[in-house]
Design a protein around this ligand. Structure first.
Ligand code: B12
Ligand code: SF4
Length: 558
C-alpha cells in the first residue's frame, strides 16, 4: 500500500478512532470550474479535455472532443463502507452549497496545475464546514511541502483506496471493486456525437514499473504497478458484467502499460475466444511490449486504438524504445486496423533551435492517426523534476497553473526563451494537421487498411472473421463523416484524400445506404453550425457538474 500523510512526525499515517456506530459521511470532490479559461485560477491552454487539450487541438471543428469524469473518486466511493457523495466538476458556489450538508470528511482530488483551486477549496472547507477533516489526494499531493501550502489534515500520496479504507476502519487489502461507468460522458466531433456506443471504463491497475524519468504516474506510485485486477479471468468476468449491465462492447483501458502484464492479457484473450464475447479495446502500451505481444495478437484481442510513447528520436533513448523502428511499427499496426496515437516531447534538455525541428518532422513522418506534442514538464516527484531542481533550473517564478505543458517551460532552457516553446508547439500541431489531414480522416483510413488486410487472410478462423466484420462496421460508421471531412478539409490534399477514400470504400463495401446518406447530410449541416459557433463564440465546452451518492460502496443515486 502506498501511503503517507502530513500529520505524523515520522511520516507514518495516523488513523483517528471513528465511531463504528456512525459510518462517516464523506464528500469527495474534484476541483472547481470553469476549466480552460484565463482567470485567477487557471489558463485557457489547460482545457479539461484529452484530445482537444494536447492532441487534436489544431484541428478546429475536426478536433475530437471528450469529457472524462474524475475516475479516482468513483474508485474510492465504490470501495468504502460509508456514505459517500461525489461532486465532480463543481462550480465554486456549488461546492460551498454542498459543504453546508455537513460532512465528516472532505476529500479533494487535484493535479499540479490545479494547485490554486485545491488551496482555495480547502480554505472554503475551513470556513463553511470547520468540523470536516480535509484530505488531499491525486497527483497534486506530490507537490513538495503541499501540507504546508494547503491547510489540510492529511495528504495521501499514491493509491487512496487502501489509505481511506484504513482510515475508516476497513480492511485496506480487501479485493478492489471496480465501478461500472462510461469512459466519457460527452464524445463529439464537428458538433456531432461520435459514431458508435460510448466505451466503458476499465482500470486494471495504476502505476507502471518502467520508471521513465519524465513520467508522473510511474513515480507517483513508487515506480511500481499496482494491479486492481490480477487475472485475465477476473478481467473477463468484469467486462461481461459491464456489458450485461450497460451494453458496453468497447473499453477504454486506463492502465499505463496494459500489454506489460502479458499473462493477464493472454488469459483475457483466451476467455473471450472461449466464450465468443469478443470485446474491443483502446489501450496504452509501450513500444517494447507492443512488439513482444505482436500485431496479430493485438488484432485478435480487438485493440482498436493504441497509445504509444515515442517521446524523442534525437535524445537519449528510453529503454522501452530501444531498437524499435516506430515508423514501420505504426504502419504495420494501421495496416491491421489499429489506430495509433503517438506522443512526442518537445523542448527536452538536448533540444536546440537547430535540432528540434528534426524531432517534429520525425513525429509527423510517423503518420500515426494522432500525435500528442507536450513540452517537457518535470512534475513533482518525477526524475526530471529532481534533476532540474538539483541543477537549479526549476522555475520557481512560474505559478503551478502554468505547469501543464502546453505553453511555458517550467525549467530554464537557454535555447527556448520567452514564447519560443509555445511557438514550436503550435507549429508542430499545425504542420502535423496540414500534412497528415484530420485524425478522423486517418482513423477511417486505418479501418479501411485493416479491413483490406484481414479480409485477404485465406484461412481466417472465427475470431478473425468477427474482427474483420467489426472493422467493416467501423468503416460504415465513419464513412458517413467523409463528406463533412471533405467540406471542412484543412487543404486540397485532405479534400482529395477524403474523396478517394469514399471511392475505395464504395468499391469494397458498396455505396452508402439511404439511412447513411441522410445522416451524412445531417452531419454536414450540424458541422456547419458548429464551425460558426466556434468561430463566433469559442470552442470551450465545460463538463457538466455531477453529483453521485454511494451508500456502503453501492451506487445509490445520481
Ligand atoms: C483522465 C485523465 C485526465 C482527464 C481529466 C479528468 C478529470 N475529471 O479530471 C483529462 C483528459 C481532462 C486530463 C487533463 C489533464 N491532465 Co490528466 N490524466 C488523466 C489520466 C490519464 C487518468 C487519471 C485516472 O483517472 N486514473 C485512474 C485513477 C483510478 O487513478 P488516480 O486518478 O491516480 O486516483 C488514485 C490516486 O491518485 C488516489 N487519489 C486520487 N484522488 C484522490 C482523492 C483523495 C481524497 C484520496 C485520498 C486519494 C485520491 O487514489 C486513487 C485510487 O488509487 C492520468 C494518467 C493516469 N494514468 O493516471 C492523467 C494525469 C492525472 N493528468 C495529468 C495532467 C498534467 C493533465 C493536464 C494538465 C494535461 C497534461 N499536461 O497532461 C490536463 C489538465 C486539465 C485540467 N484543466 O485540469 C497528469 C498529472 C501530473 C501531476 N503531477 O499533477 C497525469 C498523471 C498524466 C501525466 N501527464 O503524467 N487528465
Ligand atoms: S512506460 Fe509509459 S507509463 Fe511506464 S514509466 Fe514510461 S512513460 Fe510512464
Amino acid at each position: 500500500m502506498d501511503i503517507s500523510t502530513s500529520c505524523s512526525p515520522q511520516g507514518q499515517p495516523v488513523f483517528p478512532k471513528l465511531d463504528p456506530a456512525h459510518p462517516p459521511r464523506i464528500l469527495l470532490t474534484s476541483v472547481f470550474g470553469p476549466y480552460g479559461v484565463d482567470d485567477d485560477f487557471g489558463r485557457s491552454e489547460n482545457i479539461m479535455e484529452l484530445f482537444h487539450n494536447q492532441i487534436t487541438k489544431a484541428q478546429g471543428a475536426a478536433s475530437l472532443r471528450f469529457h472524462h469524469r474524475s475516475f479516482g473518486l468513483y474508485f474510492l466511493a465504490e470501495n468504502l463502507d460509508a456514505d459517500v457523495t461525489i461532486l465532480d466538476f463543481p462550480s465554486k458556489d456549488r461546492f460551498i452549497c454542498e459543504l453546508r450538508n455537513g460532512y465528516d470528511i472532505v476529500g479533494i482530488s487535484f493535479i499540479t496545475p490545479n494547485f490554486l483551486k485545491a488551496q482555495t477549496m480547502a480554505k472554503l472547507v475551513r470556513e463553511h464546514s470547520p468540523k470536516s477533516v480535509i484530505l488531499l489526494g491525486g497527483h497534486g499531493a506530490a507537490i513538495e511541502g503541499v501540507e504546508k501550502l494547503i491547510d489540510c489534515d492529511h495528504v495521501i500520496r499514491g493509491d487512496g483506496i487502501g489509505w481511506m479504507r484504513s482510515y475508516i476502519g476497513q480492511d485496506p487489502n480487501a479485493p478492489i471493486k471496480h465501478p461500472i461507468m462510461p469512459s466519457n460522458d460527452y464524445h463529439m466531433i464537428y458538433g456531432i456525437p461520435m459514431p458508435g456506443i460510448t466505451a466503458g471504463l476499465l482500470v486494471p491497475g495504476v502505476g507502471c514499473d518502467n520508471g521513465c524519468r519524465f513520467c508522473s504516474t510511474t513515480h507517483f506510485f513508487g515506480k511500481a504497478y499496482k494491479p486492481f485486477i490480477t487475472s485475465g479471468k477476473e478481467l473477463f468476468e468484469l467486462l461481461c458484467r459491464m456489458q450485461d449491465q450497460d451494453r458496453y462492447d468497447t473499453f477504454f483501458v486506463l492502465d499505463e502499460n496494459f500489454l506489460r502484464q502479458r499473462e493477464r492479457t493472454m488469459e483475457l484473450m483466451a476467455e473471450m475466444e472461449k466464450s465468443n464475447r469478443l470485446f474491443k479495446f483502446h489501450v496504452f502500451a509501450s513500444a517494447d511490449t507492443i512488439v513482444a505481444f505482436g500485431v496479430d495478437n493485438l488484432v485478435r484481442l480487438g485493440v482498436h486504438l493504441l497509445w504509444v510513447g515515442v517521446e524523442s528520436k534525437s535524445g537519449p533513448i528510453f529503454p522501452k524504445n530501444e531498437g524499435i523502428d516506430h515508423k514501420a511499427l505504426i504502419a504495420d499496426l494501421r495496416n491491421h486496423g489499429i489506430s495509433v496515437l503517438a506522443s512526442g516531447i518537445l523542448c527536452m534538455e538536448h533540444h536546440t533551435q537547430d535540432n528540434i525541428n528534426g524531432d517534429i518532422q520525425f513525429m509527423i513522418d510517423l503518420q500515426a492517426d494522432m500525435i500528442q506534442f507536450m513540452l517537457l514538464t518535470g512534475l513533482p516527484v518525477t526524475g526530471v523534476y529532481s534533476d532540474h531542481k538539483e541543477e537549479k533550473k526549476l522555475r520557481t517564478d512560474l505559478p503551478y497553473e502554468e505547469w501543464h505543458g502546453q505553453k511555458e517551460l517550467n525549467y530554464r532552457h537557454s535555447e527556448f526563451p520567452g514564447s519560443s516553446p509555445e511557438e514550436w508547439l503550435n507549429r508542430a500541431f499545425r504542420e502535423e494537421y496540414e500534412r497528415n489531414s484530420s485524425s478522423i480522416y486517418r482513423m477511417t483510413e486505418t479501418a479501411v487498411r485493416g479491413y483490406k488486410t484481414l479480409s485477404a487472410v485465406k484461412d481466417a478462423d472465427a475470431v478473425l472473421k468477427v474482427r474483420t466484420r467489426q472493422l467493416a462496421d467501423r468503416i460504415q460508421e465513419y464513412r458517413q463523416l467523409l463528406p463533412t471531412i471533405s467540406r471542412n478539409a484543412v487543404n486540397p490534399l485532405e479534400k482529395k484524400r477524403a474523396g478517394d477514400l469514399e471511392q475505395e470504400i464504395t468499391s469494397l463495401l458498396g455505396p452508402m445506404n439511404f439511412k447513411q446518406k441522410i445522416s451524412s447530410v445531417a452531419a454536414m449541416i450540424i458541422a456547419a453550425l458548429w464551425s460558426i459557433r466556434i468561430k463566433i463564440f469559442s470552442d470551450t465546452v465545460q463538463p457538466k457538474t455531477r453529483l453521485t451518492h454511494y451508500r456502503g460502496g453501492k451506487l445509490y443515486a445520481e
